[in-house]
Write a protein that binds this ligand. Structure first.
Ligand SMILES: [Zn+2]
Length: 377
C-alpha cells in the first residue's frame, strides 16, 4: 500500500497559506480558536467529508472524522495531531500529523482496504497552549485531566475565554461526540530537535514524553571587596554557582536520560568590583521518569563526580516527600508539574566557609510542545 505524496503536499500547502496563518518566512502563526484556526478547521472538515468520513466535534472542539471498521463494536484507533501553532511556529508542527492521518485513510480507500477497527482522524484543540495555557488543554479535557468548566474559563492574554472563543468560531460541539472508548492513538510529529537528522534516521519512535521541573536556585556567599579580600578567604557565590551549572551539565551528559539547562543567572549586586554575596539561577530539568528527575536533584546537590569535592557543593537536606506534600493540585496540576522546597549547603568557591544555597522547586506550566529527546507533542 502506498501513500500519495503529491496529495499530502497539496493538503499541507493548502493548510499553510497566508490566509491560514502562513508567515512570509515559511513558518506558521495560527493560534487556537482564532479566525485562521477556524478557516483551517473548515478546510479539514471539508476534506474529511469528501473522504466519506463521519465528522463529529466534541465539547472541547476536538474534530473527529471516522472511517468505519469491519467490527462495528471495536474501539477506534485515533490518528491525528493539531492544527494550532505557536506564534512563528513550524510549518509541519502538528499540521503534518493531521494531514498524514487523512492520508492514511485516503490510502486505505485507494487500496480498497478495510480495517477491523474504525479509524478516526483527529484534530486536537489548543494542543500547543500558546493562546490558552496549559498545552494539551482539550486532549487533557477529553481524558479527564482537566474539568470542562475550568478549560472553558481559561483566558488568553486579552481576557477572552476558551469557551467563548470556541463558540465564536462555531466549534463548540457536544459531549456526546467524545469517543467513548479509544483502542490507541497514533501521532506522526516532526522532530523538533537535531537527533534524527544528524543520525540519518527517517523516523523515530517516541518512547515517552519528558516531565519538566523548573527550579530557582539561590546561592549565598559573602559580600566583599575585590581588592583587599584575599582569594583564600572569599565566599564567592558566583564561583559556587558556576560550579553548580557545570555540575548540572556534566550530570545530564553522563546520565543520558536527563536534560539540564541553566538559562538565567543573576548575581547581586552585579557590580564589577564586588564579590557577589548572592547569585540566583534557573534550573530546567527534564526526564522521562520522575525518579530520574528527583535523583538528579539529589545527586547534583551531593557533588557531581566531575566536580571535585573540595570545591564542590553538597546537598544537606532534600526533605523526603517534600515534592509530594507541596505538589500543586488539579485542575491546574498535571503530571508534569512538581513543586517542593529543599535546602542545600555548599562550600563556597574558594573559601573554607560554607555558603548556603536554597533551592526552591517551583510549580510551572509546561512550555508549548514539550519535547522528548526523540520527538515531541
Ligand atoms: Zn506539535
Amino acid at each position: 500500500m502506498r501513500i500519495d505524496l503529491a496529495r499530502m503536499q497539496r493538503r499541507l500547502a493548502a493548510l499553510t497559506t497566508p490566509e491560514l496563518g502562513g508567515t512570509p518566512a515559511g513558518g506558521m502563526s495560527r493560534l487556537a480558536l482564532s479566525d485562521a484556526d477556524r478557516a483551517a478547521r473548515d478546510l479539514l472538515v471539508g476534506w474529511l467529508r469528501e473522504a466519506g468520513l463521519a465528522v463529529r466535534v466534541d465539547d472541547f472542539g476536538n474534530i473527529y472524522g471516522r472511517r468505519a471498521g469491519a467490527d462495528p463494536d471495536a474501539a477506534p484507533v485515533l490518528v491525528g495531531s493539531h492544527l494550532d501553532t505557536v506564534p512563528g511556529g513550524g510549518r509541519f508542527d502538528g499540521i503534518l500529523g493531521v494531514v498524514a492521518a487523512l492520508e492514511v485513510v485516503s490510502a486505505l480507500d485507494d487500496a480498497g482496504a478495510m480495517t477491523r477497527r474504525p479509524i478516526e482522524v483527529v484534530d486536537w484543540t489548543n494542543e500547543e497552549g500558546a493562546r490558552f495555557t496549559p498545552a494539551m488543554l482539550a486532549s487533557g479535557g477529553l481524558t479527564g485531566v482537566f474539568a470542562r468548566d475550568w478549560v472553558y474559563a481559561r483566558p488568553d492574554r486579552d481576557g477572552r475565554r476558551f469557551g467563548a472563543e470556541l463558540a465564536r468560531i462555531g466549534y463548540r460541539g457536544d459531549e456526546a461526540a467524545r469517543p467513548r472508548a479509544i483502542a490507541a492513538t497514533v501521532e506522526l510529529h516532526i522532530e523538533q530537535g537535531p537527533v534524527l537528522e544528524a543520525g540519518g534516521e527517517a523516523v523515530g519512535v517516541v518512547e515517552g514524553i519528558v516531565g519538566i521541573g523548573w527550579h530557582r536556585v539561590t546561592v549565598r556567599g559573602q559580600s566583599a571587596h575585590a581588592g583587599p579580600t584575599p582569594m583564600a578567604a572569599r565566599r564567592d557565590a558566583m564561583v559556587a554557582a558556576a560550579r553548580m551549572v557545570v555540575a548540572a551539565r556534566d550530570l545530564a551528559r553522563e546520565r543520558g536520560d536527563l536534560n539540564a539547562t541553566v538559562g538565567s543567572l543573576t548575581p547581586e549586586p552585579g557590580v564589577i568590583n564586588v564579590i557577589p554575596p548572592t547569585v540566583r539561577f534557573s534550573l530546567d530539568l527534564r526526564a522521562r521518569d520522575d525518579a530520574v528527575h528527583d535523583a538528579a536533584l539529589t545527586e547534583l546537590a551531593r557533588a557531581s563526580p566531575r566536580s571535585p569535592p573540595r570545591r564542590g557543593w553538597r546537598w544537606r537536606s532534600p526533605r523526603s516527600g517534600a515534592s509530594r506534600r507541596r505538589r500543586s493540585t488539579p485542575p491546574s496540576g498535571t503530571a508534569r508539574r512538581r513543586s517542593a522546597a529543599s535546602e542545600v549547603t555548599a562550600p563556597a568557591g574558594s573559601g573554607a566557609a560554607p555558603a548556603t544555597i536554597r533551592s526552591t522547586w517551583r510549580a510551572s506550566p509546561p512550555p508549548p510542545c514539550s519535547s522528548s529527546r526523540r520527538s515531541a507533542a
